[in-house]
Design a protein around this ligand. Structure first.
Ligand SMILES: Cc1cc2nc3c(=O)[nH]c(=O)nc-3n(C[C@H](O)[C@H](O)[C@H](O)COP(=O)(O)OP(=O)(O)OC[C@H]3O[C@@H](n4cnc5c(N)ncnc54)[C@H](O)[C@@H]3O)c2cc1C
Length: 371
């Protein structure tokens, strides 16, 4: 099946689909294309956008502010779980940790709303019980004055490991001749793309379809820069604390994610004007201030990271075919919810491209911006 991609003697690569960008979005597409036996090649400049390499990779089906379930949570979470289980099987690596999320209540109203909303569609996702400080067994955390409870359907994906493993998998299978799907690590130059009747030519690659998954660097894409992205920079820090003992993700304004061996990740900030991928003093101060409101034991910051989330103005993904240019597709805009949403919508995207479904869900279709 794989060896359908042809590499001629002149090193010309003939493939069905060219994917530009191999962050979380491009990697998830790659796994699903492999599963369906559809040929593809990827061009990616690793690290040009950091988002997937620094992301916390948390999934959380609950919007705490309104105490409602997150958009499409009931459909996308089973799909996500299934997707990553298969990816773990394919690569022989582990990416997913299922962890409960401890939600602190900061006022009595929050606990009352939690109780009230539990039967209104949240029972699959959260525990009903409100716990009080006497039942609190997390060493190193401040005692929650107004109680706490748990999101039971949450966890995290090690997105850096997933992206890097996928890249290594594509490289080694191509090099050994096991598979024809490969990856080239360089910057894609949009001005060199030539479209003939039914075929694209890009340097030594010819393909029938091209999918752009460039994260927030979509701003440099001349075909799809009409989509109203609203990228949001986020900063995270890693800290070490020998006295903090918790296996849960903690949520109280910021999150704390256990990494093992007494290391934890804390994040994240939101910033819309500075889109550099450098951590700042301001970001560190904000995170440390919030962190001290959750933990009461000493900690030492060991690493700081920043990236830019590819969010769209209406907070929905941006998928579909260019309104005028044939066979130019985009798979992007996963904002703060890439882990939960991208596997489900990669399936929809591939069905659409392969002609197995007529249109896309209007909420995510980029047609909504070209009316
Ligand atoms: C601080 C922070 C915390 C986050 N936490 C979470 C979380 O807990 N849960 C969650 O679900 N999401 C989270 N996110 C969001 C999530 O990380 C992103 O939505 C996701 O990583 C986006 O993946 P992507 O593949 O669309 O884009 P990217 O990760 O930006 O990947 C795009 C890829 O394309 C490459 N590229 C771009 N242009 C070109 C070009 N011209 N040529 C070649 N290569 C190119 C880039 O270098 C990169 O490799 C977080 C983001 C940040 C910044």
């Amino acid at each position: 099946m794989y060896l359908k991609v042809k590499m001629s003697q002149s090193n010309q690569i003939h493939t069905e689909i060219l994917i530009v960008g191999q962050g979380l979005a491009g990697s998830i597409l790659s796994h699903q294309l492999i599963e369906r036996g559809i040929d593809f090649f990827v061009i990616d400049k690793p690290g040009a956008s950091q988002s997937s390499l620094i992301s916390a990779g948390i999934w959380n089906p609950v919007v705490f502010k309104r105490m409602t379930s997150s958009w499409k949570a009931a459909e996308v979470i089973p799909f996500m779980r299934d997707f990553f289980t298969k990816a773990e099987r394919t690569t022989g690596e582990k990416f997913v940790s299922h962890r409960k999320m401890l939600k602190y209540f900061t006022e009595e109203q929050e606990a009352l709303l939690w109780k009230k909303k539990y039967p209104e569609g949240l029972s699959d996702f959260i525990e009903e019980k409100i716990y009080f400080p006497a039942e609190f067994d997390c060493d190193g955390l401040h005692k929650p004055e107004f109680g706490f409870s748990f999101v039971k359907e949450s966890g995290n994906v090690d997105t850096k490991k997933f992206v890097e493993t996928t890249s290594a998998y594509l490289k080694s299978n191509f090099a050994s001749g096991k598979a024809a799907n490969g990856i080239i690590e360089e910057e894609f130059d949009h001005s060199l793309l030539i479209q003939n009747e039914n075929v694209f030519e890009y340097k030594n690659i010819s393909c029938r379809k091209i999918i752009f998954s460039e994260g927030f660097l979509n701003s440099k894409n001349p075909f799809f820069n009409f989509i109203p992205f609203k990228p949001a920079k986020g900063e995270l820090l890693t800290f070490h604390s020998a006295e903090l003992k918790t296996e849960h993700i903690i949520n109280k304004g910021v999150f704390i994610l256990p990494l093992g061996n007494d290391f934890y990740k804390c994040g994240a900030t939101y910033e819309w004007s500075d889109l550099s991928q450098e951590p700042t003093e301001k970001g560190q101060l904000e995170l440390e201030t919030k962190l001290k409101k959750i933990i009461r034991v000493p900690f030492a910051v060991t690493e700081r990271k920043a990236g830019v989330r590819p969010s769209v103005i209406d907070r929905r993904p941006a998928l579909g075919m260019h309104p005028k240019l044939k066979n130019h597709f985009i798979f992007n805009g996963f904002g703060t919810k890439a882990v939960m949403l991208a596997p489900y919508f990669a399936n929809e995207m591939i069905n659409f491209i392969a002609g197995k479904q007529q249109g896309l869900n209007p909420e995510i279709d980029i047609k909504r911006f070209s009316k």
